[in-house]
Ligand binder design. Structure first.
Ligand code: MEV
Length: 428
């Protein structure tokens, strides 16, 4: 049976669902019911979500939670987080509270420069291209005046425009490399519009424009977040291990992620658990953030940890440096009611403030993971949080869940152990 269709996007939502349900599902009405189950009762709200993308049939929910008790540069902060992984919000909450009594997090923005490029081919001499570029450079900037007007009023705009010779890497390949300040907007549309206007004004016979597009690699849109405290404050009094030993083990774990890419990828994945959750909750583009973070982690030629740790004169210091291109205006930030709410929860931060908050979320998540990994191991906490997922999978009732959560307070959680305890409870 052919499972293709033309003109799908022009069908109504009902028609799309009918086609999908009858073409791909044995129980077509059950499939439709699942899709409908996630529609919002408020039609206007559903229409808003329908318009975010093409061919919307339903909504795909992620849990939206908060991690309270963060202190960032002396200010109290509750982080909004959208994520499906059970332990992430719990870990963030623990770590927020832990550092709130040890001076909190300190974060600083190191740069906000964004990048865009016009990629083109030219087979003439470099000298002739250079003199053409010098002659038209001013008019290239003028070609963007209408687009940059509002941004310039907000203190942003085009910072620099240069010709780059890339012919050593690819025959006839050059770029117009443009840097931007986009203030509180992530700036993707602004940058791309500027680049297309520049490319149009630059094009002439002999210059073949290949494409004009922002770069998601923004190593100079950079933020640093750190925590530090006396080593003795890292553990509660009467801990079974010495604080010095624990601090050194923690530092070893970070150092391993600096020289071992297999570990570094998992280490950074844990950082992105915290970062993506706040990025998503605030309506920002997590794919852009991910792509850039990993490129930055590999900037020295091998893939490394995004965090660093130092122990000096009895002080433990742990920090992250990460490029984050974020917006607090435009895009989904104002459109999605939960993103709007998240930004209000964060007291309407500027893009720079949001960079600091999100870097802190990443650092906190990494601290939680390394603390667990170097002490109890990760599974104890993970499986405790996973218990509810297993119980839901097994179809446990609220009363059964209550009994089994109590039971597993003092015994190790595994899928088989939970399943066994559940069966026992049912047959008791
Ligand atoms: C799991 O989502 C993240 C961790 O694997 C991170 C790490 O190993 O550092 C726990």
């Amino acid at each position: 049976m052919v499972k293709r269709i033309s003109g799908f996007s022009k069908l109504s939502k009902q028609e799309k669902m009918n086609w999908l349900a009858t073409t791909f599902f044995q129980e077509s009405s059950a499939a439709k019911k699942i899709l409908e189950q996630y529609w919002n009762a408020d039609e206007k709200l559903q229409d808003l979500h329908d318009d975010f993308i093409e061919n919307t049939l339903s909504n795909f929910y992620l849990p939206f939670g908060v991690a309270p008790n963060f202190v960032i540069n002396g200010t109290d902060c509750t982080l909004p987080m959208a994520i499906e992984e059970s332990s992430v919000v719990a870990a963030a909450s623990l770590v927020g509270k832990f550092w709130s009594t040890r001076g909190g997090f300190y974060a600083t923005v190191l740069g906000t420069k964004k990048i865009g490029q016009v990629h083109f081919m030219y087979s003439g001499t470099l000298e002739s291209l250079q003199s053409y570029f010098t002659a038209v450079k001013k008019s290239l900037l003028q070609a963007t005046e209408n687009i940059t007007k509002n941004m310039r009023k907000r203190g942003g705009g085009i910072l620099d425009l240069e010709l780059r010779d890339k012919t050593a890497d690819l025959e006839n390949y050059y770029q117009l490399h443009v840097s931007f300040e986009t203030k509180d907007s992530m700036g993707a549309n602004f940058i791309n519009s500027c680049l297309e206007a520049i490319a149009k004004a630059f094009e002439k016979e002999g210059i073949e424009i290949v494409m004009s597009i922002l770069s998601n690699y923004v190593p100079e849109c950079l933020v640093r977040a750190e925590v530090s405290c006396p080593i003795a404050d890292l553990l509660p009094p009467n801990s079974p291990i010495a604080a010095e030993e624990y601090a050194q083990k923690f530092k070893n774990a970070v150092d391993i992620a600096h020289i071992e890419p297999h570990r570094a990828v998992t280490h950074n994945k844990g950082i992105m658990n915290g970062i993506d959750a706040v990025v998503l909750a605030t309506g920002n583009d997590f794919r852009a953030i991910e792509a850039c973070a990993h490129a930055y982690a590999a900037k020295d030629g091998s893939y490394k940890s995004l965090t660093q740790c130092e122990i000096q004169d009895g002080i433990f210091k742990f920090w992250i440096e990460i490029p984050l291109a974020l917006g607090t205006v435009g895009g989904l930030t104002a459109l999605h009611p939960l993103s709007k709410l998240s930004l209000e929860l964060l007291q309407q931060p500027s893009a720079e403030e949001l960079m600091k908050i999100i870097a802190v979320a990443g650092l906190a998540q990494n601290f939680a993971a390394l603390r667990a990994l170097t002490t109890t191991g990760i599974q104890q906490g993970h499986m405790k949080m996973h218990l509810m997922n297993i119980l839901n999978q097994l179809g446990a009732t609220a009363e059964e869940k209550q009994v089994l959560v109590k039971h597993f307070e003092n015994s190790p959680v595994s899928h088989s152990a939970v399943s066994e305890a559940y069966q026992k409870l049912k047959t008791a």
